[in-house]
Write a protein that binds this ligand. Structure first.
Ligand code: ATP
Ligand code: MG
Length: 295
């Protein structure tokens, strides 16, 4: 699956942001002629492959992986994380969700709370929202910036440009330290969001997923899209690409996420650590001792 999908991933991967336009991006999987069953099968295969790769990542304990998920409400972040990681050993994977910052968070620099949650080597760390909110919700609602206790002389128009620079520098630093970064923007259409909101209202078991705040943020759709576009333009890099995932079709979105992570891990040429001849000899000696035991 990885091989065949890899060829099709390229339209969604953004490594150079300068020319990026959200209007050019698909929200549904137009052009993809896969049936539901074919997508399910491909995802199953992908999930199993991911499990194998993660085992090696963990055993080798050199590289680490950071996956960042950003999206409008109801775009399917939670479902994508749940399905794609379902074949991965929970010991090798950590998911952190970043909601509105606490008083303690606001007493620090904007990357503080996420920095504390970075993955160890050998692990896959997942950020469900991230420091990118600092260039999205905070940009759409300037009153949030006021609450950040920044010295007023530092809050100028260029603050967003500075945040992008700082984020790029931070991600480059992480990548130079052996942490592979992939950033997913689940690109859902306004129409599909409406449909999913209505489902959350109509189906009582989905009511808990919906809040009036979500509807309010929908009212700022265009400002959000502008903020997302600018964010991708300024922070899509070779070392930390954005993957703009068509998210109106949940199955397809999950496939793109799975294929991206598989592709990133396959590029690392992961191997189980090799055992030296001395270690092999020592293992053999232990085997002999074990076999001599009576019980
Ligand atoms: P779900 O998709 O299940 O609703 P969620 O990620 O939307 O999950 P919420 O409980 O709705 O979770 O809380 C997330 C909210 O916190 C979002 O509206 C997000 O914009 C906001 N948030 C995240 N980071 C920041 C930040 N740095 N400053 C202000 N608001 C933030
Ligand atoms: Mg929400």
């Amino acid at each position: 699956m990885a091989k065949s999908l890899k060829d099709h991933l390229s339209p969604y991967v953004v490594t150079k942001g300068r020319q990026f336009r959200l209007a050019d991006c698909d929200t549904d999987a137009r052009g993809w002629k896969m049936s539901k069953d074919e997508m399910e099968d491909a995802l199953q295969t992908g999930v199993a492959r991911l499990g194998e790769l993660q085992e090696k990542l963990y055993a080798q304990d050199q590289w680490g992986v950071l996956l960042i998920f950003q999206a409008m409400d109801a775009a399917g972040k939670d479902g994508a994380i749940k399905h794609v990681m379902s074949g991965v050993n929970p010991q090798g994977c950590e998911v952190y969700s970043f909601k509105a910052p606490s008083a303690e968070d606001l007493d620090h620099d904007f990357m503080w709370r996420t920095s504390k949650c970075l993955p160890e080597r050998g692990r896959i760390g997942i950020f469900n929202r991230s420091y990118y909110e600092e260039t999205l919700v905070v940009r759409v609602h300037p009153e949030f910036l006021q609450k950040q206790k920044l010295p007023p002389s530092l809050v100028k128009k260029r603050i967003w440009k500075q945040r992008f620079e700082d984020i790029n520098a931070f991600e480059r630093y992480l990548s130079r330290n052996g942490f592979v970064i992939r950033k997913f923007f689940l690109n859902v259409s306004k129409k599909e969001q409406k449909k999913r909101f209505l489902e959350r209202i109509d189906q009582s078991q989905k009511n808990w997923k919906f809040s009036a705040a979500d509807a309010k943020e929908r009212g700022c759709w265009d400002q959000y899209m502008e903020a997302y576009e600018d964010m991708i333009r300024k922070t899509a890099t070779g070392y930390a690409p954005w993957i703009v995932v068509p998210a109106d079709n949940k199955r397809f979105a999950r496939l793109v996420v799975a294929a991206t992570v598989i592709d990133a891990l396959e590029d690392l040429n992961l191997r189980f650590p090799r055992v030296s001849p001395e270690q092999k000899k020592a293992l053999e000696a232990i085997r002999v001792a074990l076999e001599r035991e009576r019980a």
